[in-house]
Design a protein. Structure first.
Length: 241
């Protein structure tokens, strides 16, 4: 009987232990379900944020496409403007070469003529050349005075005398005044040989080398005026000499 009683107690103990395990298992299940609910909540929140980011991304992509479209439009406009600018530069260069440059060269050459007439020690060499005007001959005859004009040699004076008649033929017939600034811009269109010689004359009359004009020229030099004169006035200078 005692042994049977002990077995009964042991069986009851096992039953209680099993019952406790069952309760623990149910508690674990409740915790797992709670965690699952939390995980589902987080997942929904993440899904919402993901959709929001996707929406923002699409919006940004739309803006990028819009900007790309505008950029293409601007690029096209820039190309058109560059093309128009090239045409304008070409036209401006043509105007300078055909009108502005000859005028400035003519005024400078006539200024040389007036100075030659005022150089008393100058021995004018008489040249019998039917192809040259008396004014061109005057420059030719004063070739020994090249240093007075800041030139390097007699060859520079010979070059100017050979240019004189052609320059006067292309000039504008109306009397003009030129300034240091206008002459600087006009002389940018000179060819290499011309630029070297007229550059020295530029320094002589405007007291500043062309290569340093942008950085060193004073307002007085920029605004300095050299007036053109008519052939009649130049004749008077020659006769006075």
């Amino acid at each position: 009987m005692k042994a049977s009683h002990r077995k009964s107690k042991a069986s009851k103990g096992k039953t209680k232990a099993s019952h406790r395990k069952s309760k623990a298992s149910k508690g674990t299940m409740r915790i797992s379900k709670g965690k699952l609910r939390i995980s589902k909540g987080k997942l929904k929140d993440l899904e919402g944020k993901t959709k929001d980011l996707e929406g923002k991304t699409k919006d940004l992509e739309g803006k990028i496409k819009d900007l790309e479209g505008k950029t293409e439009g601007l690029t096209s406009e820039i190309k058109v403007l560059k093309s128009e600018n090239k045409v304008l530069k070409s036209e401006l260069s043509s105007i300078f070469k055909s009108t502005v440059l000859p005028l400035h060269k003519a005024v400078i050459l006539k200024a040389i003529m007036k100075e030659i007439c005022n150089i008393k020690q100058s021995k004018i060499v008489k040249r019998n050349s039917k192809r040259m005007s008396k004014f061109a001959k005057t420059i030719l005859g004063a070739q020994n005075n090249f240093g007075h004009f800041g030139l390097r040699s007699q060859k520079d004076m010979l070059f100017l005398s050979s240019q004189y008649d052609r320059v006067m033929m292309h000039r504008n017939g109306v009397a003009h005044e030129i300034t240091g600034e206008s002459t600087y811009h006009a002389f940018q269109h000179l060819k290499a040989r011309e630029k070297a010689i007229y550059g020295m004359l530029f320094k002589h009359y405007f007291l500043c080398p062309m290569e340093k004009w942008k950085t060193e020229a004073t307002d007085e030099q920029k605004n300095r005026i050299i007036s053109n004169c008519t052939d009649e006035e130049l004749e008077e200078y020659l006769q006075g000499d």
